[in-house]
Write a protein that binds this ligand. Structure first.
Ligand code: CP3
Length: 341
């Protein structure tokens, strides 16, 4: 049973007595409890064992978050689709056989979430029994997932991805279509299992210009968002370095639009439209500053949002390893106090 629904109310732009806060990647290496579990288990084991995923999801909640986010990773669907990967030490994700040709794309399976991702749905059911705040489910967006599949791992310039996008637009469209359908089914399944809201992570889409976004990405993202929004569950549409894309992302959909810290809130919200909620946007590196400086920056974010209904406080991107836990806690408390109506 949800006792604190401020996060959901803010998604719907309903009044709240204080601004709700959660932080992307709020479970992770900056917490000693997480590092202790990681000494015994790999990241994939944590994700694939519902009892452990539950435990990790709960860890950051002692810091006063107003929402929980399911502990999983955006890459998990790639394995059952036929593209196994690992998290190599110091390198990030590595896809064993990158997807580069028409034959590679044709071989990808459009799975049903209960085949191969049942452990995520089990974790959601366990988490829902334990928490009294809303649970956020999530998936990677097609472009961001495609970039890992095609590059074979992380990338700076996405040249191999763009080579396919520009050079073989039909192969690209098949790849994006398959990813979009898996993500659509997966988000529906997470909502069926109990997720109260979902976030679509299009972390790297800011590397495209407006015209390419419209042509190569928007139809796929829009298909997912518009379909999921019919469920009546809030959908958060997130990207980074998307200052130039806010209008086309808005068109694509989302109950809530994520703003990263490069976009001033007043301007970003105006361009997204005050008929949508926004989430963001403290620079994650500000949490490494002296505590009072971090708190000052958090208050600045709140002042910019001006207590207008429909602001969810978050970072502009995920929390970084090495972030001092006490600063996170101080910022959460400051958000609650400073925004009290
Ligand atoms: O927010 C949360 O607390 C929920 C859990 C979560 C994880 N990954 C766990 C994780 C979420 C929401 C993600 C999303 C994710 N995963 C994204 C989108 C968000 C973003 O940051 O833009 C992306 C791009 C990924 C892919 C991925 N997974 C990368 C690039 C890495 C980093 C690899 C590294 O070595 O740093 C991961 C690993 C990962 N996923 C960790 C966690 C807590 C790192 C921790 C570990 O090794 O234990």
């Amino acid at each position: 049973m949800i006792e604190n629904d401020r996060f959901l109310r803010a998604c719907r732009r309903e009044p709240v007595d204080y601004t709700p806060v959660w932080m992307m990647r709020q479970a992770g290496r900056y917490m000693a409890e997480y590092r202790a579990l990681r000494e015994k288990h790999t990241l994939i084991e944590l994700c694939k064992t519902p009892e452990l995923a539950l435990q990790v999801t709960l860890q950051p909640l002692r810091l006063g978050m107003d929402a929980a986010i399911l502990f999983a990773d955006i890459l998990l669907p790639l394995e059952p689709m036929g593209a196994p990967f690992e998290f190599a030490k110091g390198e990030g994700p590595v896809i064993h056989k990158p997807v580069r040709s028409k034959a590679d794309v044709d071989a990808l399976r459009v799975i049903e979430p209960h085949e191969g991702l049942g452990y995520v749905l089990e974790a959601i059911k366990l988490i829902k029994k334990e928490i009294k705040i809303p649970l956020i489910g999530f998936a990677g967006a097609p472009f961001t997932l495609a970039s890992y599949l095609v590059e074979g791992g992380k990338s700076k310039a996405f040249e191999t991805t763009k080579k396919m996008m520009y050079g073989e637009p039909e192969v690209w469209s098949t790849l994006m279509g398959k990813l979009a359908e898996v993500v659509r089914r997966y988000l529906h399944a997470q909502i069926d299992a109990g997720a109260d809201a979902v976030q679509l992570f299009d972390s790297w889409v800011g590397n495209l210009d407006v015209d390419d976004y419209r042509e190569f990405v928007q139809p796929h993202v829009s298909g997912i968002l518009k379909d999921i929004e019919k469920r009546g569950v809030p959908v958060i549409h997130f990207g980074t370095s998307t200052h130039h894309l806010l209008e086309v992302q808005r068109e694509a959909g989302g109950t809530v639009l994520g703003l990263d810290w490069r976009t001033p809130i007043e301007e970003g919200w105006k361009r997204v439209g005050h008929d949508r909620a926004i989430q963001g946007n403290l620079d994650p590196t500000v949490l490494f500053a002296p505590r009072e400086v971090a708190v000052k920056h958090a208050k600045r974010v709140l002042d910019a949002a001006g207590n207008r209904p429909g602001h969810i406080f978050n970072l502009g991107h995920g929390i970084l390893p090495g972030t001092p836990v006490e600063t996170v806690q101080a910022v959460v408390e400051a958000v609650h106090e400073h925004s009290r109506r």
